[in-house]
Each structure stands twice: as structure tokens, then as C-alpha cells.
Design a protein around this ligand. Structure first.
Ligand SMILES: [Zn+2]
Length: 289
């Protein structure tokens, strides 16, 4: 699934082609893409608009259009945008005809991706605010913010990092890579991290995302660049999808565990497993006089 670095990679590739272009025509072939809005309604709203800016919020690509319209595209599991493909790819869901005789297609084999058109920046801001917490790599993403959001939460830190309402854009790959960099076990309760651990988690998230952006994302399933090329961050994974292989820091084999239903990769020497609560309670009762 494309995460922040993958969406940012496509955004950077798309912006120079799309900004200033007019959407001359658009055909939405799959009504799931715009649900709950009707495809014809979204087509009418897009036709004839000029793309003023291609932005990003978390895993959403945000096309700012003329007349204060905003198209929010989420690629979900297998969505991809391809510019001027030689032949129309299978699983094409949306066709854009752009000025200058350019064609942009949205393909999505599993059809979980969405394209929502919002009228006016207040509607756009409300839509995003209801779904997204702080954006990493911006001044809003501070150690203090993370500590405050996590206070009192018993959910594992891995699940906390994946919740888009806390942190925008982090998914399964970058959560594993960030926690390894931080030396924090994915099962540790979010509300019980120390200030120093939060500082390391924040830095780990930032470093993992920056490294991913520099590598133009990770391609492990369907993620593709605008021209169909692949990212290379998968070659730089420290733990993700490396079960049984030696940790690059200490040599101990990487383990695969399940946290919150997600396959999770961890070096349990570099990221010590938290002691079970029962053992903690027992230890504290034993230490009582
Ligand atoms: Zn290790």
C-alpha cells in the first residue's frame, strides 16, 4: 500500500505535468471511485477546470483546481496514476484528457482507491481534519504532540503509529522501519513510552520517511511511478519483510510477529520486548516488604 513517501514521489513527478493544465475531459468508469458521490456529478465538476497546484496531505494527493475545487485522490491498496501510457493498461478506472494532448489514467486492480471532489477550501479542510492528525516532516509533528496524543492509551505503539488520526501518512512499512530506528518494540503500550523513547520514535519516523522519499518509495506489490517505474526503498529495509535474516545492527535474526492484525518485523535485541503486565505486577508485589 502506498504510504507518505510513495504518494509524495508521485506528487513530485505529477506536479510539473499537471500544474497549469486544463482537465478537458474525464471519464470515471468505476462508480466505487467517487462513492458516495455519483461519477457523472464529479465528472461535471472536474471538466474544464485548471489544475493550479498538486499537493499532498498524509496519503491523499490533493489537486487544487480553479473555482476553489479540490480533488482528493487516495490510492489505497493498489491505485496508480500513469501519464501517457502507450496502451491503455488493464484495470483502468479513470481517464483524464488534459490540455496539450496529454492523457492521465488511474488504474486500480483491487478498486479500493477513491477520488473525492470537494467544493471550497473549508469543505476540503474539514474532510482532511476529520481523518488526519499531524503531518510528519512539518513543524506540527513534535515529540510533545505525540506524547499528548498517546497519553493513557494502552494500544501498542505500532497501532498508534498506523492510526491516521494521530499521524498522517505512516503505514505498515514505515512504522516497522521507524520503530527499529527508535529501538522501541512494536508491542510497547503507546501510553507508557518515556519522553526519551518518544523523541527517538519521532526521529525514527522522520528518518524512515526521508529515506523512503529519497529512494522514490518502496515497490513491494503494485506501487509504480508515473511512468510505470519502481521505487527502491525495499532494498534499504532494515527489518520490514526480512524475517529470519540478520539484523543489520546486531546480527540477530529478524522476527515476524502480528500486531493489531498486521505483519510486523522486529529485532528483539535492538528493540527489547516489554515485560508482560502480569510479570510486572508480580515483580512489584515481590519487592514489597
Ligand atoms: Zn538488532
Amino acid at each position: 500500500m502506498p504510504e507518505l513517501p510513495e504518494v509524495e514521489t508521485v506528487r513530485r513527478q505529477l506536479a510539473p505535468h499537471l500544474e497549469g493544465a486544463t482537465i478537458e475531459d474525464v471519464e470515471i468508469l468505476d462508480s466505487r471511485w467517487t462513492r458516495p458521490w455519483a461519477p457523472a456529478e464529479v465528472e461535471d465538476g472536474l471538466r474544464g477546470t485548471v489544475v493550479e497546484r498538486v499537493g499532498r496531505a498524509g496519503k491523499y494527493m490533493v489537486w487544487e483546481l480553479s473555482d476553489d475545487r479540490h480533488l482528493l485522490i487516495h490510492l489505497r491498496m493498489t491505485g496508480a496514476l500513469l501519464l501517457d501510457p502507450a496502451v491503455e493498461p488493464p484495470h483502468t478506472r479513470v481517464r483524464f484528457a488534459l490540455s496539450g494532448d496529454r492523457r492521465l489514467v488511474y488504474v486500480d486492480p483491487r478498486r479500493f482507491g477513491t477520488g473525492h471532489l470537494l467544493l471550497g477550501s473549508p469543505a476540503r479542510d474539514a474532510y482532511l481534519a476529520a481523518r488526519l492528525g499531524a503531518e510528519p516532516l512539518t513543524p506540527a509533528f513534535t515529540t510533545d504532540y505525540l506524547r499528548r496524543r498517546a497519553r493513557g492509551r494502552s494500544a501498542p505503539i505500532k497501532a498508534f503509529l498506523l492510526d491516521q488520526r494521530h499521524i498522517a501518512g505512516v503505514g505498515n512499512i514505515y512504522a516497522d522501519e521507524a520503530l527499529h530506528r527508535a529501538g522501541v518494540h512494536p508491542l510497547r503500550a503507546a501510553g507508557q513510552l518515556t519522553a526519551r523513547q518518544w523523541e527517538r520514535v519521532r526521529l525514527g519516523v522522520e528518518e524512515a520517511l526521508r529515506t523512503g522519499i529519497d529512494a522514490k518509495g518502496a515497490t513491494i506489490d503494485d506501487f509504480r511511478h508515473l511512468d510505470g517505474a519502481r521505487g527502491s526503498f525495499q532494498d534499504l529495509f532494515l527489518v520490514h519483510r526480512r524475517a529470519g535474516e540478520p539484523c543489520l545492527t546486531c546480527g540477530q535474526p529478524i522476527r515476524k510477529i502480528v500486531v493489531g492484525g498486521r505483519g510486523t518485523y522486529v529485532c528483539e535485541r535492538c528493540q527489547p520486548r516489554p515485560r508482560p503486565r502480569r510479570a510486572q505486577a508480580l515483580a512489584s508485589s515481590r519487592s514489597r516488604p
